[in-house]
Ligand binder design. Structure first.
Ligand code: HEM
Ligand code: HEM
Length: 227
């Protein structure tokens, strides 16, 4: 028998959050693909003219261009951590006061009970990110800063632009180019593993809770069951 459910539509993710999210996804696809090629370049043998085999230069150019896009999307998000609505603010990701920290910890316990141990049937009642997800995004933002700093540091010797030069000091501090590249490479795997788990969990929550989780990152709104 068909049942009727009433949903409340709530606007959660404002435009800058959604813009940041999808521009980050697009630039990250380019950065991971080109980065892994830069890290282990395939040896192509060709009988063609040298002027027609600048493909590795193109790969590197795409990496640096996507690096700028990745940085500017992140800067928009950082601005929105201070200017956006309650769901977008910095304290969701970094609950630094004792009261916020206690509330965050209670949220994590609830997520563990409901989603991991499945000992509690009532769904987690939050509108923005749940406490566990928010903490993970807090780490993603920090690794983003690390990846931008090490990326522009590696880029500094190849560019006269002022922005990469701001990070030139990082290379000697980290013990040379090779070390920076190893760390930059490791952080890449953080993003790959995070993305796999993140996409799985987004689909899982969308399916189990049926509140429009995935489309909310497109339209901005989620649909909550009126109980
Ligand atoms: C999530 C973002 C990023 C990912 C996943 C990523 C990934 C990678 C990887 C895997 C490498 C090869 C490292 C190795 O194995 O030796 C690399 C190299 C490099 N990346 Fe990134 N990167 C990112 C962001 C950036 C940014 C923002 C910049 C700044 C322009 C940048 C600039 C560079 C440079 C200059 C190199 C060395 C290129 C060379 O020596 O030919 N990266 N990146
Ligand atoms: C097709 C792939 C993806 C889908 C469907 C997707 C979906 C979503 C959804 C539904 C949310 C809100 C979830 C919540 O409330 O916890 C979210 C948030 C987020 N996602 Fe994704 N995501 C995808 C790929 C990625 C990738 C590749 C990254 C970066 C590595 C990423 C980084 C983030 C971040 C940082 C947030 C927090 C947004 C904020 O508050 O600024 N996502 N994503």
């Amino acid at each position: 028998m068909a049942t009727t459910t009433t949903f409340e539509r709530v606007y959660i993710w404002e435009r800058p959050v959604r813009l940041y999210h999808w521009v980050t996804v697009a630039s990250m696809l380019v950065l991971v693909a080109t980065g892994l090629i830069i890290g282990r370049p395939p040896a192509f043998l060709t009988a063609g003219d040298a002027s027609a085999s600048q493909w590795f230069g193109t790969v590197r150019f795409l990496h640096f261009a996507a690096g700028y896009v990745f940085l500017f999307a992140f800067l928009i998000r950082v601005y929105w951590m201070f200017a956006g609505n309650d769901y977008a603010r910095w304290y969701n990701f970094y609950p630094l006061t004792p009261a916020r920290f206690r509330r965050w910890l209670a949220g994590v316990v609830q997520v563990v009970k409901v989603d991991l141990l499945q000992v509690q049937k009532e769904p987690v009642q939050v509108r923005g990110h749940n406490a566990m997800a928010a903490a993970t995004y807090g780490v993603v933002f920090l690794v983003t800063i690390f990846q931008v700093v090490t990326g522009f540091a590696l880029y500094a010797p190849m560019s006269d632009a002022w922005l990469p030069q701001l990070f030139a000091w990082v290379v000697p501090m980290m013990g040379g180019d090779a070390n920076v590249r190893i760390w930059h490479h490791l952080a890449t795997w953080f993003f790959i593993v995070f993305s796999a788990i993140h996409i799985y969990l987004s689909v899982f929550h969308d399916y189990v809770e049926a509140e429009g989780e995935i489309s909310s990152m497109v339209s901005g709104s989620k649909y909550f069951h009126r109980r």
